[in-house]
Design a protein around this ligand. Structure first.
Ligand SMILES: Nc1ncnc2c1ncn2[C@@H]1O[C@H](COP(=O)(O)OP(=O)(O)OP(=O)(O)O)[C@@H](O)[C@H]1O
Ligand SMILES: [Zn+2]
Ligand SMILES: [Zn+2]
Length: 805
């Protein structure tokens, strides 16, 4: 008898281990580690992952597996191993780790179809499989499941002649395309071709094509284009039964209606050449190195990525490129698709569940060699990885803020060690952690200090907005910025206006009593949305109409403050009526494809000014942009977050980097209420090195990363006293168990003390090396497991928190 060790989908401490299940006779040899199964668990049936197969079980009453969900393993051995590692390093449940590595489409139970990959494989199908495909190309798995041929099917799938497709229910039906195949022996085609009359010249052309490419199945459109013919001779040949047409399902390719102009590798500049050579070296020698490519904005990092990837693909290996969600702009995608065409899969949150799954399938089947994607693309199921690149490596979004709370950089390095291949971390403003590691030679530092062709970095002017106010300017545009905007319009050049929205939004305040309208469920002010004149809570989703009078003092002098992009757009229209403006924010980019449409319009010079939030800060490369204006540089500076200076510096450097990237020189205007702050001053001088020195001093002084590691325990409960008392006990427990070198801060209220009617308390642990930490934190979860299951208590543990919020 054979048994499977299964991790079940029940998220609790007691069930976070493998359970034994009997493998029914007919599934013996079929079930493999990495497959998902349905198993009985208590009175219910739950999903689970098989992590191992064994001949014995130490238990005597072992229940059998009820159903098999996969036909080939969903997770490779490597990914299973990563799952175990994630469990240990992020303290998540094993099941959460495994689920995080699969596309959403595979998290649910969908109908499975088995599809013949190509008609040419039909004659060679296994005799037990062949009858199913005699006159069809696809069969439902639920029909096969009942037969005695499951193992043969599995073999054929592993061989790549059959494919499993999960039918994700979608509004739009599957897409199909007409394919043309020859329907007769070559000899017959030849006979027809030679007998042809003059008016059948077109037919001869087609016949010769199928004679020379025997067995080919070609999309009709492609054939017509290739031979420069209409479809009527094809139809004639189909009527003569010499050809046959068939509708074939095509992938839902989100980029299909786009043509990508093929690009060739550029001749590298001397600096790029120096930068790429250690990377190529590492690729050639299959060595695991981590490179930190520190290159100023516009220094041509992307070209270095592209040519590094080329060397990996030439070796027959695969590569992963991670980019932050927000900079996964069409411009960025175009650069990879333009160079590597259909070898590229793209994964990001803008795709539908079905599209994501289709992209994932291409990776799983080995049809693509490169994936460009956001954070979770680091789990792409490649088996022969040759490189992982992380662009904008300093970005906070590489850290997942829910279980498993992993950082993509750590996963990338872990995978690259396994595959003995390099990791390239790229940024114009590396995170302090990474730069410090490069300083200690844990990472190899590669520097690109100049822009391509020695183009200068833009001139930056910092404006003190308090002075503007004093001199009577009450608008949100300093006179200098306004002048420069006018100048650009006159010269037919373009400008980018950036509004830093994070940590700052339009709130409603009573001018008589100063009362700010807050969310009734969260300790945070409501945000004003002009559309529908609504107030919304960005944490719990609560909505209410804009009040007419103050709820405290009944005054009618109630109005909204702050500068949303809509407000800026309106103000701009007043001071610069002639300007053509494109606004990009969550409201204008909500619909699919609108993001891209707006950028294309801007690229076509249909507007003078691109106005937007974070989403325009990165990755954009427009030749005629010669002015960048930052309206409010300091909105992030005062957030209760030890990274606020670093984030401000990074953001200002990135936005400034959008100006003057091509022939025309660029200029930047930064408006601020605290212009003397070092992160603003040093960003305006493009001085990363000094910023690094200064910020490291502060971090050292206050015992923050990279000098100390952090762990954050957040406790929440509807009852304030309960939240406080649990946090107190946790702090005490940690104090007793951990060494004296550890600093434990708290309990204190979280920066947002209440969300969704739950009070939040936290306790922060600062440590350098602490053997006992993981075990002690695990004990906490065990201790409170019952309370968490039954009494609405929630405890979250974040090792390496990215924000303190
Ligand atoms: N060797 C080269 N020769 C000519 N042009 C180049 C070369 N390398 C890069 N470029 C061009 O220089 C511009 C800037 O390069 P790229 O966008 O790769 O910089 P980057 O370092 O990735 O910038 P950022 O960090 O600001 O996004 C691009 O338009 C790119 O096509
Ligand atoms: Zn009031
Ligand atoms: Zn709320």
């Amino acid at each position: 008898m054979r048994f499977a060790s299964v991790i079940v989908d029940v998220k609790a401490m007691q069930t976070d281990r493998a359970f034994d299940y009997l493998i029914p006779e007919k599934w013996t040899g079929f079930i493999k580690p990495g497959m998902r199964v349905i198993v009985p668990f208590g009175p219910r049936k739950v999903q689970g992952f098989v992590i191992g197969i064994k001949n014995e079980s130490e238990f005597d009453r072992v229940k059998p597996i009820a159903e098999v969900m996969d036909i080939t393993p969903a997770l490779t051995k490597e990914l299973l191993d990563i799952g175990h590692w994630l469990t240990q390093t992020t303290l998540c449940f094993k099941i959460s780790a495994f689920q995080a590595m699969l596309p959403a489409a595979m998290k649910a139970r969908y109908e499975k179809e088995i599809v013949l990959v190509s008609d040419e494989y039909r004659p060679n199908l296994h005799p037990k499989v062949l009858p199913w495909f005699q006159s069809r190309r696809s069969v439902y798995w639920k029909d096969i499941e009942k037969s005695d041929s499951v193992k043969e099917f599995q073999m054929e799938i592993e061989r790549g002649v059959l494919e499993v497709i999960y039918q994700v229910k979608q509004k739009n039906k599957k897409k199909t395309q007409k394919y043309i195949t020859s329907n007769a022996e070559i000899a017959e085609l030849k006979k027809e071709s030679e007998s042809g009359s003059a008016q059948a010249a077109k037919q001869k052309l087609i016949l010769d094509y199928f004679i020379n490419n025997s067995g080919i199945s070609v999309p009709l459109q492609e054939l017509l284009l290739h031979l420069n013919i209409t479809d009527s001779p094809v139809k004639t040949l189909i009527k003569k039964k010499l050809l046959r047409e068939e509708n074939v399902e095509i992938y839902r390719d989100p980029y299909e209606d786009r043509t990508f102009k093929k690009t060739e590798p550029l001749a590298l500049t001397a600096e790029q050449q120096t930068a790429i050579s250690p990377i190529l070296n590492s690729v050639e020698q299959n060595r695991h190195d981590v490179f930190l490519m520190y290159g100023v904005t516009g220094s041509g990092k992307t070209e270095v990525y592209l040519q590094s990837i080329e060397s990996v693909l030439n070796q027959g290996k695969e590569a992963i490129v991670l980019v932050p969600e927000i900079s996964l702009t069409p411009q960025m995608v175009n650069r990879f698709k333009g160079r590597f065409g259909s070898l590229v899969a793209v994964l990001h949150s803008g795709l539908s569940v079905g599209e994501k799954y289709d992209e994932w399938r291409k990776i799983h089947r080995g049809e693509v060699k490169l994936v460009v994607g956001a954070r979770s693309a680091v789990f792409a199921p490649f088996t022969n990885l040759g490189m992982i690149i992380i662009d904008e490596e300093h970005e906070g979004s590489y850290k997942q803020e829910e279980n498993p709370r992993y950082h993509a950089r750590d996963v990338a390095i872990y995978r690259a060690k396994f595959h003995q291949c390099p990791v390239v971390l790229g940024s114009a403003t590396p995170s302090l952690e990474s730069f410090a590691r490069a300083g200690k030679e844990v990472y190899q530092l590669i520097s690109l200090k100049e822009r391509v062709n020695q183009r200068p970095l833009p001139q930056v002017e910092v404006i003190d907005m308090r002075d503007e106010l004093r001199s009577g300017n009450r608008t949100m545009f300093s006179s200098s910025l306004l002048e420069k905007l006018q100048d650009r319009i006159a010269k037919k050049e373009q400008s980018v206006l950036f509004l830093n929205k994070r940590g700052y939004s339009s709130f409603v305040m009573c001018r008589d009593c100063g009362c700010v309208t807050g969310c009734p469920h969260c300790e945070i002010s409501l945000t004003y949305h002009k559309h529908g004149s609504q107030l919304k809570c960005h944490y719990c989703g609560h909505e209410e109409p804009m009040p007419k009078v103050c709820s405290e003092c009944s005054s009618e002098h109630i109005r909204f403050f702050g500068t949303g992009t809509q407000r800026v757009e309106e103000e701009l229209a007043k001071v610069l009526p002639e300007a053509r403006i494109i606004r990009m924010d969550v409201d204008t980019t909500g619909r699919k494809g609108s993001h891209e449409k707006l950028l294309t319009q801007f690229g076509n010079k249909e507007a003078d000014i691109l106005l937007g939030t974070q989403m325009i800060a990165k990755g954009l490369d427009f030749p005629d942009v010669t002015l960048v204006g930052v309206l409010t540089a300091d909105t992030m500076l005062h957030l209760p977050d030890f990274r606020s200076s670093e984030k401000t510096f990074q953001l200002l450097t990135q936005v400034s980097g959008r100006a003057g990237r091509h022939e025309l020189p660029g200029e930047v205007v930064i408006q601020s209420y605290s212009p003397e702050h070092y992160s603003i001053q040093l960003a305006s001088h493009h001085d990363y090195d000094s910023f690094y020195q200064q910020e490291m001093l502060t971090r050292k002084q206050h015992a923050y990363p990279p000098f100390y590691y952090l762990a954050l325990v957040t406790v929440s409960h509807p009852d304030l006293l309960k939240a406080v008392s649990v946090t107190e006990k946790i702090a005490k427990h940690l104090n007793q168990r951990l060494s004296d070198t550890v600093k434990i801060l708290g309990p204190v209220a979280s920066p947002i003390p209440r969300i969704n009617d739950r009070y939040r308390y936290q306790c922060m642990i600062k440590y350098k090396r602490e053997e006992n930490l993981h075990a002690s934190l695990k004990m906490i979860i065990e201790r409170y497991q019952q309370d968490m299951n039954k009494n609405q208590l929630s405890i979250s543990i974040d090792l390496n928190p990215n924000t303190m919020m």
